[in-house]
Design a protein around this ligand. Structure first.
Ligand code: MBD
Ligand code: FE
Length: 259
């Protein structure tokens, strides 16, 4: 790689970071004595990742956790977590207490998810929004799987005067990376497992605050200790309580940093 004089800071940053990453890749090709057949297989596979539309999936599973941990170092409030590939803006706007859009026969156990959104001083943030999305009890996300209707288990829930939210939904299933696609093929070729533990996704927004993108997991759930996306943090684990009528409850309070 030739190095030309950088003319502005952005160009300098691009040149430094990309040259370093490409340099590391080239070193590793040497370390592993990568052959022409391996290079050609990798090239064909990378082309398939694009053709299958799996770049968001592949990058978010294997790399977003690093970027997110770096970004979290600059936060004092609640921990964040990766956004992943399945967020869709513009979900229905509901007010707490809210039930997420779902089918009349929505499978799974009912979950009542409650909490309060506050600032760093502990003041509740009325009118803040919990933009929540999740897989259903079969592990399918609406708009990324043909079965669930468009906004199934997605909503922007506005908190009440006390900054509190109560969101009725269902307990999600663990998520299996699709096996048919190039990402799934790679995982199988390496002998890894295809799973993320069950999780809820959310972006929490409030006037004057830095938006928090996070996920919450379930204590003791399958794959919590072996997330293929390396995104689980201990402080993001919910304890599921029994409400006694077959429903489950979980509570989590969000603390937002100033903008
Ligand atoms: C998911 O549901 C997810 O949250 C991430 C980060 C990657 C793949 C599927
Ligand atoms: Fe997810």
């Amino acid at each position: 790689m030739t190095t030309t004089a950088a003319v502005n800071p952005t160009q300098q940053r691009t040149a430094e970071v990309v040259a370093d990453i490409f340099g590391v890749i080239n070193e590793r090709l040497v370390r592993h004595s990568v052959t022409y057949p391996e290079y050609q297989a990798a090239k064909a596979w990378l082309i398939k990742v694009g053709e299958a539309g799996e770049w968001p999936l592949l990058l978010d599973v294997f790399f977003e956790h690093t970027i997110e941990k770096l970004a979290s170092e600059r936060r004092q409030g609640s921990s964040g977590c990766i956004e992943g590939p399945y967020y869709v803006p513009g979900a229905p706007e509901l007010s707490s207490p809210a039930t997420l859009p779902q089918r009349p026969d929505e499978p799974g156990d009912v979950l009542v998810f409650t909490g309060t959104v506050r600032d760093l001083d502990g003041n509740p943030l009325p009118g803040s929004v919990v933009d929540i999305w999740q897989a259903d009890a079969l592990g399918y996300y609406s708009q990324f799987h043909p079965d669930p209707p468009q906004w199934n288990l997605r909503a922007n829930v506005t908190t009440g005067a006390d900054g509190r939210f109560e969101i009725t939904t269902v307990v999600p299933a663990p998520y299996e990376i699709p096996k048919e696609g190039p990402t799934g093929q790679l995982i199988r070729a390496a002998g890894w497992h295809h799973w993320r533990p069950a999780h809820l996704h959310m972006m929490v927004r409030a006037q004057g605050c830095r938006t928090l993108t996070s996920q919450l997991f379930f204590a003791g759930g399958e794959y919590v200790d072996e997330d293929i996306a390396s995104a689980v943090k201990p402080e993001l684990t919910l304890e599921l309580a029994h409400l006694g009528d077959g429903r489950y409850a979980a509570e989590y309070d969000f603390t937002l940093d100033p903008a």
